[in-house]
Structures are given as structure tokens and as C-alpha cells.
Design a protein around this ligand. Structure first.
Ligand SMILES: *[C@@H]1O[C@H](CO)[C@@H](O)[C@H](O)[C@H]1NC(C)=O
Ligand SMILES: *[C@@H]1O[C@H](CO)[C@@H](O)[C@H](O)[C@H]1NC(C)=O
Ligand SMILES: *[C@@H]1O[C@H](CO)[C@@H](O)[C@H](O)[C@H]1NC(C)=O
Ligand SMILES: *[C@@H]1O[C@H](CO)[C@@H](O)[C@H](O)[C@H]1NC(C)=O
Ligand SMILES: *[C@@H]1O[C@H](CO)[C@@H](O)[C@H](O)[C@H]1NC(C)=O
Ligand SMILES: *[C@@H]1O[C@H](CO)[C@@H](O)[C@H](O)[C@H]1NC(C)=O
Ligand SMILES: *[C@@H]1O[C@H](CO)[C@@H](O)[C@H](O)[C@H]1NC(C)=O
Ligand SMILES: *[C@@H]1O[C@H](CO)[C@@H](O)[C@H](O)[C@H]1NC(C)=O
Ligand SMILES: *[C@@H]1O[C@H](CO)[C@@H](O)[C@H](O)[C@H]1NC(C)=O
Ligand SMILES: *[C@@H]1O[C@H](CO)[C@@H](O)[C@H](O)[C@H]1NC(C)=O
Ligand SMILES: *[C@@H]1O[C@H](CO)[C@@H](O)[C@H](O)[C@H]1NC(C)=O
Ligand SMILES: *[C@@H]1O[C@H](CO)[C@@H](O)[C@H](O)[C@H]1NC(C)=O
Length: 418
């Protein structure tokens, strides 16, 4: 019996948040856990080509990212050059960017053991258009993951699960932890039932929108918080750790959104943390829900590091097990606390991987052993090291740096009775 808890430090908006785990989905057999992969848009927008996709795909394999679960290589907009009027207005590939056409690119991805995704748009306001596409994909007879985006308008979490494997919940993300350029409204409590989803939405803005609908994600259909910004350069390392932690624990699709050809060691280390990915890929499929959002989190200033301020956050077992009744036996158990960021890959190891070291030592291979099996077996790369034990009805304390996150897996210690 495991629980996962993530503390997020949000000091510039004067609060901290605690997330803890707790419609019938489309039945195409896919996305039983959130899809993982890469999409070019955040880093490269329209600068796409066959070479970009092929180079990226090879690096995803060589850097061990494919074996961590990043399987979908997704080409976003700007690949086409109009339509063919003599062929049912079908889309034409831009042969300057994709000289061999799109099918050849898909074949290359499949030959590398990866899956291939493409962007298209219905160009209509009607939600019914999504069902037409869903039915067309089904009619191909080949299971194809269907990820829709209407930027969260019309509350897709209430209707999309029957036709798609994921749905975007907000306007496009930008590479900012909490920056607000006035273009992405609906933060805080107004994030609930927002009808103007905006553009250039920050990590915390999207987190707030997600916090009201976490329960809508389920095996086969997931809230999509948008592609990751980890590695795109405008956030601090702590902010990227928090961003990746939030997306993982809320069970968003995890699509890397950086230029893998230029990845920095620290960013590879964040994206490669199997203990955090395992939370996202846990077959139980329940999303974390927000337990509290607090002002006045206690801060402390270590005298030798005046620049670095930390927040001390406490969560009681009752906070974390809030879906249990007050007298639940779980509250009477002691729990092991395992820090899921403690074993983050060193920058030296990440640099060696980028330089071509193919060693599999210390790497998790989810192609060989699924996250479900690895978790069931208590694989130490997934469940982390025990850092402390929390007593029955006790409190977990996390010390988290500015805009950072701490993430723990709690395992109940079973008591023996004679
Ligand atoms: C597009 O990407 C190529 C490399 O793939 C790069 O050389 C070029 O400068 C980029 N162009 C723009 C406009 O960013
Ligand atoms: C358009 O479709 C027609 C009929 O299928 C085909 O002969 C033609 O080659 C297509 N044009 C392009 C540019 O692919
Ligand atoms: C098509 O839909 C049916 C009914 O939901 C499902 O059983 C089948 O697996 C789907 N096939 C594909 C290829 O998605
Ligand atoms: C970078 O982040 C800061 C702080 O969140 C924000 O104010 C700024 O607009 C961001 N810039 C870009 C280009 O994303
Ligand atoms: C904020 O928005 C304004 C108006 O759209 C734009 O000119 C400016 O570049 C934006 N700031 C950033 C950091 O993107
Ligand atoms: C959001 O919509 C739901 C369902 O219609 C409703 O129960 C809830 O009260 C609304 N929340 C707010 C803050 O308007
Ligand atoms: C959105 O952010 C990008 C930089 O990330 C900036 O170039 C653009 O102007 C912003 N758009 C608006 C409407 O603020
Ligand atoms: C957190 O808990 C610790 C130990 O139980 C206690 O010393 C500290 O005062 C608490 N801090 C807050 C902000 O509640
Ligand atoms: C890593 O594997 C690739 C592909 O098998 C190979 O070309 C390369 O030489 C290997 N690198 C090292 C350092 O062994
Ligand atoms: C490759 O990485 C492994 C594990 O980190 C290390 O033991 C080995 O020395 C490295 N080899 C090279 C050639 O860097
Ligand atoms: C991961 O496991 C698969 C399946 O056993 C295997 O084909 C692949 O080579 C492994 N990856 C690495 C990097 O060893
Ligand atoms: C923590 O776990 C890692 C990965 O399983 C292991 O290599 C390391 O030795 C452990 N550290 C401690 C202090 O137990």
C-alpha cells in the first residue's frame, strides 16, 4: 500500500501546495498510463524537418529515454503544404522539409522501436468533429493514440474520455514557472470552470487549472497539462524539478518539449528520474489531488547561504490520507518515507550519456520490466531509499527551496499480530 506526496513551493505567489494520490474511457487499448514521448513545438515550433525527427529519435534511444517510456515522437504543426484537390483534399507533405513524404518518416520511427505521432486540426468549433476523427482512427483497425487539444474550452474533461486518450486543459504553456504576461487568465480559484483559457500559461497557472479536475484522469483518458518545458532554458533547475514533479503526480501526458540535440546534463537527469516517472506510470491510474494550498509557510535562512531561502512544509498523515475516514486503520500505521528525488542522476553521469556512454548500470529499463512490475517488485530505482519513518498519525516535514518540490513515496509498515 503506497501513497505519494508532493510538496510544491510557490513562494512568489505566497503559497505552497500539497498534492497526494488518491465516464467510461475510450476503449482502444492505449494510454492505460499517460503517454510519454517528445513533441517539437515548445522548442522548435515550425522549424521541423525529416532530419530533426530522425536525429531526435536516435538520441531518445541512445540516451535511454525510450527505455524509460518516452515512446512517442510527435511532429507538431507546419509539416504540410496545402491540400490535393484531386485526392479528396487530402493533406500534402511539405517536400522541402520531408522529401520522402510522411510515411517514410513513420517507418523510420517504427524501425527504431518508437511510435510516431502527427498534428492536424479540424478547423471547426464543434466538439462533434472530435468524434468523427476518433471513429476514423478506430476504423483503420490499428490502435492509434488520439490526443485532442481545444485548449480546455468547453471542459473536455467532461466529454472527451469517450473519444480520446487525452485532452489539453489549458492554453499553451510557456517556459515560465509563474510569470504572468496578462495573456493567460483564470489563476487561483477562478481556474475552476474557466472559459478563457488564454495563451502563454505558466506552470503554476496550469497546475491551478488541473487542481479542480484531477479526478477526471483515468486509464485510457488523461488530463494533458501540455508539453514539458524542462530544458528550454527560462526556468531554474528547482523550477524544472517542480514542473516535472507536478506533471507526473497529476498524471499528465509526459511529452518532452526541448531540443534533445542540445540537452544539458541537468535536464537529462530530471527527465530520466525513474522514481518520479513511476508515479506517473503507476497502473493504479489515480491522479494526485490537491490537499491544501497555504499562505505563511515557515521560511528559514541558513546563515551561510543568505541567497537561498527554504520553506518548511508539514503534512500530517490525516492531510495525506484525506480520503479515509478519521478512524481509518491506515492512520494507525507507521509509514516509510522515501525521497523520490534523492537518487537523481549526477550531472557527471548525464554528461557521460550525452557523450555516448551506453552503460545501462543504474538505469531503469521499462521496456524490459514495466513500471507496474517494477513497482510490485519494489525495484529500488523506482521506490527510492527510505529516508525516515513517520509514526501513526504523524507529520512529514519537507524543506523545499524557492520554487522547488519535494516528492515522497510512503509505504505502510505492516504490523505483525499473533
Ligand atoms: C532551424 O533548425 C536548424 C537546425 O535543425 C537550424 O540550423 C536553424 O537555424 C533553425 N532555424 C531557425 C529559424 O530557428
Ligand atoms: C494528387 O492526387 C492525385 C490523384 O490521386 C495524384 O495523381 C497526384 O499525384 C496528387 N498530387 C500530389 C502533389 O501528390
Ligand atoms: C474500436 O472500438 C471498439 C469499441 O470501442 C474497440 O473494441 C476496438 O478495440 C477499437 N479498435 C481500434 C483499432 O481502436
Ligand atoms: C521567463 O520567466 C520569467 C519569470 O517567470 C517571465 O517573467 C518571462 O516572461 C519568461 N520569458 C519567456 C521568454 O518565457
Ligand atoms: C508580453 O506581451 C506583450 C504583448 O503581447 C509582448 O509584446 C511581450 O513580448 C510579452 N512579453 C514576453 C516576455 O513575452
Ligand atoms: C464549476 O462547475 C461545477 C459543475 O458545473 C459546479 O459544481 C461548480 O460549483 C463550479 N465551480 C465554480 C467555482 O463555479
Ligand atoms: C508568448 O511568449 C513568447 C515567448 O515565449 C513571446 O514571444 C510572445 O510574444 C508571447 N505572446 C503573448 C501574446 O504574450
Ligand atoms: C513542522 O513540524 C516540525 C516538527 O514536527 C515543527 O518543529 C515545525 O514547527 C513545524 N512547522 C510548521 C510550519 O508547522
Ligand atoms: C554506444 O552505442 C552506439 C550504438 O550501438 C555505438 O555506435 C557507440 O560506439 C557506443 N558508444 C560507446 C561509448 O560504447
Ligand atoms: C560509463 O558509465 C558507467 C556507469 O556510470 C561507468 O562505470 C563507466 O566507467 C563509463 N564508461 C566510460 C567509457 O565513460
Ligand atoms: C531494454 O530492454 C529491452 C527488452 O529486453 C532490450 O531490447 C533493450 O536493449 C534494453 N535496453 C538497453 C539500453 O539495454
Ligand atoms: C539509494 O538507492 C540507490 C538506488 O537504488 C542505491 O544505489 C544507493 O546505494 C542507495 N543509497 C543508500 C544510502 O542506501
Amino acid at each position: 500500500m503506497d501513497r505519494v506526496v508532493a510538496f510544491i513551493e510557490l513562494r512568489l505567489i505566497a503559497a505552497a501546495a500539497l498534492f497526494a494520490l488518491s465516464a467510461t474511457a475510450l476503449d482502444n487499448g492505449l494510454a492505460r498510463t499517460p503517454q510519454m514521448g517528445w513533441n517539437n513545438w515548445n522548442a522548435l515550433a515550425c522549424n521541423v524537418s525529416e532530419d530533426l525527427l530522425l536525429q531526435t529519435a536516435k538520441l531518445i534511444v541512445n540516451y535511454g529515454l525510450k527505455d524509460l517510456g518516452y515512446q512517442y515522437v510527435v511532429l507538431d504543426d507546419c509539416w504540410s503544404a496545402g491540400r490535393n484537390a484531386s485526392n479528396n483534399n487530402s493533406l500534402l507533405a511539405d517536400l522541402k522539409k520531408f522529401p520522402r513524404g510522411m510515411a517514410a518518416v513513420a517507418d523510420d520511427m517504427h524501425a527504431l522501436g518508437l511510435k510516431y505521432g502527427m498534428y492536424s486540426d479540424a478547423g471547426s468549433k464543434s466538439c462533434a468533429r472530435y468524434r468523427a476523427m476518433s471513429e476514423a482512427l478506430n476504423a483503420t483497425g490499428r490502435p492509434i493514440l488520439y490526443s485532442i487539444c481545444n485548449w480546455g474550452e468547453d471542459q473536455p474533461w467532461d466529454w472527451a474520455a469517450s473519444m480520446a486518450n487525452s485532452w489539453r486543459i489549458s492554453g499553451d504553456i510557456w517556459d515560465s514557472f509563474d510569470g504572468d504576461n496578462g495573456t493567460c487568465p483564470c489563476d487561483g480559484p477562478s481556474a475552476w470552470n474557466c472559459t478563457n483559457t488564454g495563451i502563454n500559461c505558466s506552470v503554476t497557472n496550469i497546475m491551478n487549472k488541473a487542481s479542480f479536475i484531477t479526478a477526471k484522469g483515468q486509464p485510457g483518458g488523461w488530463n494533458d497539462l501540455d508539453m514539458l518545458e524542462v530544458g528550454n532554458g527560462n526556468m531554474t533547475d528547482s523550477e524544472y524539478v517542480a514542473h516535472f514533479s507536478i506533471w507526473s503526480v497529476i498524471k499528465s501526458a509526459l511529452l518532452m518539449g526541448n531540443d534533445i540535440r542540445k540537452i544539458a546534463p541537468a535536464d537529462l537527469a530530471i527527465l530520466s528520474n525513474p522514481a518520479v516517472i513511476a508515479v506517473n506510470q503507476d497502473p493504479l491510474g489515480s491522479s494526485a489531488s490537491r490537499r491544501w494550498m497555504r499562505d505563511n509557510i515557515q521560511m528559514c535562512c541558513p546563515p551561510r547561504q543568505r541567497q537561498q531561502r527554504f520553506s518548511v512544509m508539514n503534512a500530517t498523515l490525516a492531510d495525506i490520507l484525506a480520503d479515509y475516514t478519521p478512524n481509518a486503520p491506515e492512520l494507525k500505521l507507521a509509514w516509510e518515507v522515501r525521497d523520490l528525488w534523492a537518487n537523481r542522476m549526477s550531472n557527471d553521469m548525464a554528461s557521460a550519456i550525452i557523450a555516448g556512454n551506453n552503460s545501462t548500470e543504474g538505469r531503469y529499463n521499462s521496456t524490459e520490466t514495466s513500471y507496474a512490475d517494477g513497482l510490485a517488485q519494489g525495484n529500488p530505482l523506482l521506490v527510492g531509499n527510505v529516508t525516515t519513518t513517520v509514526q501513526p498519525s504523524g507529520t512529514i516535514t519537507a524543506t523545499v527551496g524557492r520554487h522547488g518540490a519535494a516528492m515522497f513515496r510512503l509505504r505502510a509498515l505492516t504490523t505483525t499480530t499473533c
